[in-house]
Ligand binder design. Structure first.
Ligand code: SF4
Length: 202
C-alpha cells in the first residue's frame, strides 16, 4: 500500500530532535563528549525494531553519493557474513557499522534512536519487560564510575515511536516482526519498504 511517508518522517524527526536535546543536556550536565573517543559505539551490534526508523535511515542512505551507497552495501554484505557466524553472541562482537566512515556516521541526521541515546545513562518503563536501566557507553561508565545523578527517561520517546510504528504498520498492513541491524536494513529493504518484493540483496 502507498503511504505518505513524509507525514511519518516529520513526526519521527520531531521526536529525534527532542532526544538530541535531552542528550545534549545530559552531555552538558556531565561535561561529557564523544570527541576523540576510540571506543566507537558504532562497533556495537545494535538491533533496531521499527519500520518507521528504518524508513528514516533509508531516506538518508538514498541521499548519499552512489559510490558510498555501493561501498556501504558491500560492507553490509561483509558485516552480515560475519554476523551470521556469530548470532547469539552479539555482545562479544565488535563490528563497525557499514555506514561509519573514518569514525563518522554518513547518515548522522537520519540515525536511529539507539545511536542517539545509547551513550547516556537512563531508564525505561517497558510495557512488557518492566523497569529497565541503562548504564551509558563504556567510556561514560569508566569516566563517571556509576555516579549517575542525571538520568534520561527513555519512556516517552519509546512510547511515541512505538505509537508511530503502530500507525505505519497498520497503513502498510505490515505484521512481520522487525529486528534488524543497520546492514540488514540496507540489504533487506526490498522485503519491507514498498519496492518490488524480493530477498536480501546479494
Ligand atoms: S547508523 Fe550511524 S551512528 Fe548508528 S551505528 Fe551506524 S554509523 Fe554509527
Amino acid at each position: 500500500m502507498k503511504i505518505d511517508r513524509a507525514v511519518f518522517m516529520d513526526k519521527l524527526f520531531k521526536i529525534y530532535g527532542e532526544i538530541d536535546r535531552v542528550c545534549r543536556d545530559s552531555a552538558d550536565y556531565y561535561g561529557f563528549s564523544c570527541n576523540g573517543c576510540d571506543d566507537n559505539c558504532c562497533r556495537t551490534v545494535f538491533y533496531h525494531y521499527t519500520v518507521v526508523e528504518s524508513f528514516a535511515l533509508l531516506e538518508g542512505f538514498d541521499k548519499l553519493p552512489a559510490e558510498i551507497r555501493d561501498e556501504s552495501m558491500r560492507r553490509g554484505r561483509d558485516y552480515l557474513r560475519d554476523l551470521d557466524k556469530q548470532r547469539g553472541k552479539e555482545e562479544e562482537l565488535e563490528m563497525m557499522c557499514p555506514l561509519n566512515y573514518d569514525g563518522l556516521c554518513r547518515i548522522y541526521e537520519y540515525r536511529p534512536l539507539i545511536c542517539r541515546i545509547h551513550g547516556f545513562p537512563g531508564g525505561l518503563d517497558h510495557p512488557v519487560k518492566g523497569n529497565q536501566s541503562f548504564t551509558g557507553c563504556g567510556i561514560f561508565n569508566k569516566t563517571f564510575q556509576k555516579e549517575w545523578t542525571h538520568l534520561i527517561d527513555r519512556t516517552p520517546f519509546y512510547t511515541r515511536i512505538a505509537n508511530l510504528e503502530g500507525r505505519i504498520r497498520r497503513e502498510l498492513d505490515y505484521t512481520t516482526r522487525f529486528r534488524k541491524t543497520i546492514a540488514e536494513m540496507l540489504l533487506e529493504r526490498n522485503l519491507y519498504d514498498g519496492r518490488a518484493p524480493g530477498v536480501r540483496d546479494k
